[in-house]
Design a binder for this molecule. Structure first.
Ligand SMILES: Nc1ncnc2c1ncn2[C@@H]1O[C@H](COP(=O)(O)OP(=O)(O)OP(=O)(O)O)[C@@H](O)[C@H]1O
Ligand SMILES: [Mg+2]
Length: 237
């Protein structure tokens, strides 16, 4: 079943309507997203699978407004944005509180401690306060890595690094978490543990989760599952 944007009045944290994106490729054009629509309810999780190169990361970049699309609309809650339009300063600031991102390669800052890494998004949007500092510790506890708070990331295992990256993504209490193959660098067991923590914490925090994964088992663990193929998103479960 092809995904359609939901126009009902139900509360959605993230919606996309007819997203299109192509890349110039010599004289020709590579059409990556032909028409992608999706609706993610508050606190709901959706997995996206698809062959390598089908456009999963491109889709997440468009949804986070890190990349411009060719056409289509994106809604962060009720805020509507034209995907083809360049984002303005207000959107850049809003992204910091509305969306948290998690990548396969963690992207922690190696010179900063775990604590400093997790609190960084709060510093960047000017919301640093004692409650946020407490929240860092609580999130690190939830992730089971509070004893690493003063350690630097190069001294952590891959699984520990991703737990820290999840805490960082959640620090500003975003409504949406975009996770791009968060277990791609981890072995099956560690990946399973990280995935359990990610799903559980998003639920507790009432954050919606869009999970890109190549692992069918993890894809099944979300509320709904979809496949991106030939530039379109189709629901499979
Ligand atoms: N900035 C860019 N310029 C040109 N082509 C690009 C650019 N970004 C992505 N592409 C192309 O778009 C297609 C989709 O890339 P994307 O990274 O979204 O795939 P993916 O589904 O995330 O793959 P993987 O599972 O390997 O991560 C690929 O063919 C890629 O080469
Ligand atoms: Mg990718």
């Amino acid at each position: 079943m092809r995904y359609e944007v939901n126009n009902s009045t139900e509360q959605f944290s993230l919606r996309a309507k007819s997203l299109k994106k192509s890349f110039a490729f010599g004289d020709s054009k590579l059409e990556v997203l032909r028409s992608v629509s999706l609706s993610l309810k508050k606190a709901e999780s959706l997995s996206i699978q698809g062959d390598s190169g089908c456009g999963k990361s491109t889709l997440l970049n468009l949804l986070a407004r890190l990349e411009q699309g060719d056409d289509g609309e994106i809604f962060w809650g009720n805020k509507k944005m034209e995907a083809a339009r360049k984002q303005d300063a207000k959107q850049i600031a809003q992204r910091g509180t509305y969306i948290g991102v998690i990548y396969q390669a963690y992207y922690l800052i190696p010179e900063l401690t775990v604590f400093q890494n997790v609190i960084l998004p709060a510093r960047l949007n000017g919301s640093l306060n004692p409650q946020k500092q407490e929240r860092v510790i609580n999130l690190l506890k939830k992730m089971g890595v509070e004893q690493k708070a003063n350690q630097i990331p190069p001294k952590l295992s891959g699984g520990e690094r991703q737990r820290v990256a999840i805490a960082r993504a959640l620090i500003n209490s975003p409504k949406v978490i975009l996770a791009d193959e968060p277990t791609g660098n981890l072995d099956e067991k560690t990946g399973g543990e990280v995935m359990d923590l990610l799903l559980q914490t998003c639920e507790e925090e009432k954050a919606s989760l869009l999970l890109v994964t190549h692992n069918p088992k993890f894809a099944e663990a979300t509320n709904r599952a979809a496949v991106l193929r030939d530039g379109e998103l189709n629901q499979i479960a």
